[in-house]
Design a protein around this ligand. Structure first.
Ligand code: GLU
Length: 503
């Protein structure tokens, strides 16, 4: 049997990380099994569709490196791969179910259904459609159809017994049929519901393995009834637990933190959600996370490789991914861990790979023409967690920030503003005398002077770095920064810092 898996997103917005994980696992399983990976666009709920979202899906899949063997923009033998373009395929199947008594026409108006729903609510019971239209005679149905009365086609769920299906992770899942509603298969607009389309499409596209979120776990028994009604073999199901995130309890609308009864913020675990500002795949790429790091990280959100190793390329994942490693427990998305993961990937880039990415970010803060960007990159690479942090790491090169003189105070370095003023006044002529403005020359000149003055290194180097950068944390020390700024700018900054210390 050739494995055929599919990723079936609805075009309702950006690819969120839970969706990306489903896509990734689906892709990896197909590749590992030497099978086919299919992209299908599920756009039957056209009210929820967001313009441009389909193109975004193609783009995200491309960016993530998840190439599909069949799909709307690449073709294949089982197309079309966009549900709205398959519209005419579904009705004949629904009619077949009507013939066999597994489905029926329903002409109930929205008003009636709303009233029934309201009544159920008032009586405190769960609403279910009471099969009113199932009892229409063939003639009555013909008449209504001929009169053009709008209709839907509903699944005829047995009133008793059990419905169930087998899930790779959850085993046998069973529910009482009495708890299931006769859901709509074909809507009044002629389009199928997800409930129907997923079954028809998975079958007609020859899908062997379905991976999707656990939100479909409770409706999968209904889908199995459809497979049984058609006499089709259902695919293997792998329902994936949600990706969670630790956060403070927040108001749904305002997103403000809701304190507990003692007025403290309350930590909770909730589903990853765009609504609360959790990043999508695009957001992470835009914020300067490396694609490979994100993919590796997402792969580990709910799947564990055998052994201790954590770092895998997509190619390597394609070789080792297995269903056994998927966990039934919800996984926790941790931004700090992702940043750490990303930093590890950044460290492994060659300087040639690092520089063009970094330069794009550096340009937001400095005129890269004016600086030795190669040297800046050498200093930054081991310190880069996420590329979006680079502008604020180098902005002081463009303009010295305002700072308070207590920045000169450092216990361990044994400095304070007075020590600093003394050191800076002494080092000024030494710097002025340097002709070849290189890091090595700066180093030798300053260190010789420090020895001559009988000072501790830190008593000179700390104040000097503060005086020319205005910052307690900089990529590189006093010599690197002085070199990057150049002689004129270094002396200009040094003079103004001395003046301010004197004032
Ligand atoms: N269109 C569904 C969604 O985006 C996919 C469910 C499935 O994979 O069957 O949630």
């Amino acid at each position: 049997m050739t494995v055929r898996t599919r990723f079936a997103p609805s075009p309702t917005g950006y690819l969120h990380l839970g969706g990306l994980r489903t896509a990734l696992y689906t892709y990896l399983y197909a590749r590992k099994s030497g099978g086919n990976f299919i992209l299908r666009i599920e756009d039957t709920d056209q009210e929820r569709e967001i313009p441009g979202a389909v193109d975004k899906i193609y783009e995200s899949m491309k960016q993530a490196g998840l190439s599909y063997d069949e799909g709307p923009d690449v073709g294949g033998d089982y197309g079309p791969y966009i549900q709205s373009q398959r519209k005419s395929m579904y009705l004949p199947y629904a009619k077949q179910l009507v013939e066999t008594g597994h489905a029926y026409y329903c002409f109930c108006t929205k008003e009636k259904l709303d009233a029934d729903r309201e009544k159920a609510e008032k009586e405190g019971r769960a609403y279910k459609y009471e099969k009113d239209c199932m009892h229409l005679s063939k003639e009555e149905i013909e008449e209504k159809l001929a009169a053009g009365i709008p209709y839907v086609i509903r699944q005829n769920i047995p009133t008793e017994g059990k419905a169930g299906f087998d899930d790779v992770l959850y085993g046998r899942v069973e529910v009482d049929c009495s708890t299931l509603d006769d859901n709509v298969l074909i809507k009044a607009d002629g389009l199928p519901t997800y409930n129907f389309a997923n079954v028809i499409d998975d079958h007609t596209m020859g899908i062997t393995h379905v991976m999707r979120g656990t939100e479909y776990l409770s409706s999968a028994p209904k889908y199995n009834l459809l497979y049984e009604a058609f006499g089709w073999q259902p695919p293997m199901y792998v329902h994936l637990p949600p990706v969670m995130r630790e956060d403070y309890r927040r108001d749904k609308m305002t997103k403000e933190i809701i304190p507990d009864e003692n007025g403290n913020p309350e930590l909770i675990v909730r589903k990853l959600s765009k609504r609360y500002g959790d990043p999508s795949f695009e957001d992470l790429l835009d914020a300067g996370y490396l694609k490979d790091a994100v993919i590796n990280f997402i792969a580990l959100l709910g799947w564990s490789p055998r052994g201790e190793r954590e770092f895998f390329s997509l190619k390597e994942l394609e070789e080792i991914f297995d269903l056994e490693g998927i966990s039934k427990a919800p996984s926790l998305f941790d931004m700090k861990k992702l940043a750490w993961f990303n930093a590890e990937y950044v460290k492994k880039l060659s300087p040639e790979e690092y520089m063009p990415i970094a330069e794009k970010w550096l340009r937001k803060a400095i005129d890269t023409e004016k600086f030795d960007v190669k040297r800046i990159c050498e200093l930054l690479q081991p310190r880069t967690e996420v590329f979006s942090q680079l502008p604020e790491m180098v902005d002081f090169l463009a303009e010295m920030p305002e700072f308070e003189s207590d920045l000169y105070t450092h216990k361990k370095m044994k400095t304070n503003p007075e020590v600093a003023l003394d050191a800076l006044v002494k080092i000024k002529p030494v710097l002025e005398a340097i002709e070849d403005w290189s890091e090595a020359a700066l180093h030798d000149a300053v260190m010789n002077a420090v020895a001559e003055f009988g000072m501790k290194n830190g008593q000179m180097l700390w104040p000097l770095r503060i005086a020319i950068s205005g910052k307690a944390n900089t990529p590189g020390g006093a010599f690197e920064i002085a070199y990057l700024l150049g002689k004129d700018e270094t002396l200009k900054r040094l003079n103004s810092s001395i003046e301010r210390l004197k004032a």
